[in-house]
Design a protein around this ligand. Sequence first.
Ligand code: AMP
Length: 174
Amino acid sequence: MFDLDQAIRKIPDFPKQGILFYDITSILTNPEAFAYCVDTIVGIYRDSGIDAVACIEARGFLFASPVALQLGLPIVLVRKKGKLPGETLEKTFSLEYGMDTIQVHKADVAAGSRYLVIDDLIATGGTVKAAVELIEEGGAAVHEICCIIGLPFLPYKDLLSGYQVRTLIDYHSE
Ligand code: AMP
């Protein structure tokens, strides 16, 4: 079993005092760690019946792209407001400080399809929840949510109750 923990750099007090930042760039610079993450996700979802992979800007893109390619599935980008050129659906949600808005191309969310949602890390779950709502607003369904890192001491399980959230590694304190 690959030791993913040793491949994740932890940076205290980033981006502000009191936050322990889990830095996935140290996974990307470690091909064995990156392959472990991609292969594990591909193994979980190979025969799951999903139709597409949705991923969240920007770190979610990095993990979802090789997964979608290996599964032979479309990849749909959930982006920050103002980045997508076509007609979009959008959702505004609250962050720890202030608000953020994400968008998806309306034409890319196929009605009736089952999506796997991928991001790098799930903390409060606010970002993933907004992405799930966008996909559902487009008429598609969310099969599961898969993130590399979970912080289960934050309330993402409550926010996403009713959805299966998988993580490859969990950290249980700040
Ligand atoms: P949230 O909406 O609270 O679940 O936060 C989601 C996004 O914030 C994730 O996609 C991460 O990129 C980033 N994030 C939040 N907390 C951390 C942390 N402790 N370390 C690294 N990234 C984080």
